[in-house]
Design a protein around this ligand. Structure first.
Ligand code: ATP
Length: 281
């Protein structure tokens, strides 16, 4: 398959009051068209920094990112981002939030009627057409996240960047969102980079799981190919030996090879103990 996105040996050094801080060292990753890649690693290892460099929000200190033969130097609609905390404009309806992005990208090439059809089509894809005239404060967190995804998809990005898109959702809503995303993915075959803290989510959704070492100077530790057949069904996979093998490979990487020994306060450890064991802190 052809490489669409080349993250070429990036270093990221941040200036801080205590001097330069090397967050990333030689992060090198090539992604093919239509691939779904997850980034996983302990908190603070540099996942968001990688995503922000690809999004064009940060400029790498060394190396660079090439998308479809062009170097990335600023944000652009061909790299749509979905954040954990839905970033919808609160005074606009779901429809208007998506419409705004569509007009930005296709304002010149689509007629009014085409814009309307396209906005509605993308809201239908995420099953939000029934609530398209509601404002963000009138819909649930999961629904807001659906609108955020519709808005990103409607821009027809060459790469969809997702920073813990389902991190703030309850487990059931999260499972629904993962299933919707797999359906959409089967239909559109987007190229996706998704940051997640959830090992099951990474295995369920990805073609490859990129596991990052702990910082400072974090880099790619290992890459795991996920060759499970699609469509994937979470209940069937729970019994699948290959699924369980992949899952334990990720857990091994995180909790043996990259074990993080951190003093945690009593209150934090109490809070963490309620977390799923397969979620990375
Ligand atoms: N603008 C910045 N200036 C200085 N240091 C930064 C900046 N942005 C990130 N860092 C540092 O770089 C490292 C990587 O941060 P980053 O947010 O990319 O990690 P992460 O893996 O996404 O973390 P999390 O999973 O907690 O979101 C951290 O040590 C962070 O403190």
């Amino acid at each position: 398959m052809s490489v669409i996105l080349d993250i070429s040996k990036i270093d990221m050094v941040f200036p801080t009051p205590k001097g330069p801080f090397t967050a990333l060292k030689e992060v090198d990753l090539q992604i093919s068209k239509g691939e779904f890649v997850s980034l996983i690693g302990h908190s603070g290892c540099g996942k968001s920094t990688v995503l922000n460099v690809v999004a064009g929000l940060y400029q790498a200190s060394t190396g660079g990112v090439i998308l479809n033969g062009r170097e990335v130097s600023e944000p652009g609609p061909e790299r749509a981002v979905v954040f954990q905390n839905h970033s919808l404009l609160p005074w606009l309806t779901a429809y208007q939030n998506v419409e705004l992005a569509v007009k930005q990208v296709f304002g010149r090439s689509k007629s009014k009627a085409e814009v309307r059809d396209w906005v509605e089509h993308n809201l239908k894809l995420v099953h939000m057409d029934h609530a398209m005239n509601k404002r963000p404060d009138e819909i649930s967190g999961g629904m807001k996240q659906r609108v955020g995804i519709a808005r990103a998809l409607a821009m027809q990005p060459e790469v969809l960047l997702m920073d813990e898109p389902f991190g703030a959702l309850d487990a059931l809503t999260r499972a629904h969102m993962q299933d919707s995303l797999m359906e959409i993915q089967a239909e559109l075959n987007n190229t996706v980079i998704m940051i997640t803290h959830d090992v099951d989510e990474a295995v369920l959704l990805s073609d490859r799981i990129v596991m990052m070492t702990n910082g400072p100077a974090a880099t790619i530790g290992e890459i795991l190919d996920v060759n499970l057949e699609r469509p994937r069904e979470r209940l069937a996979l729970a019994e699948d030996p290959e699924y369980n093998h992949l899952r334990s490979e990720v857990l091994k990487f995180l909790y043996e090879k990259q074990r993080k020994v951190e003093p945690i306060s009593a209150s934090k450890s109490a809070k963490e103990s309620t977390k799923k064991t397969t979620e990375v802190a």
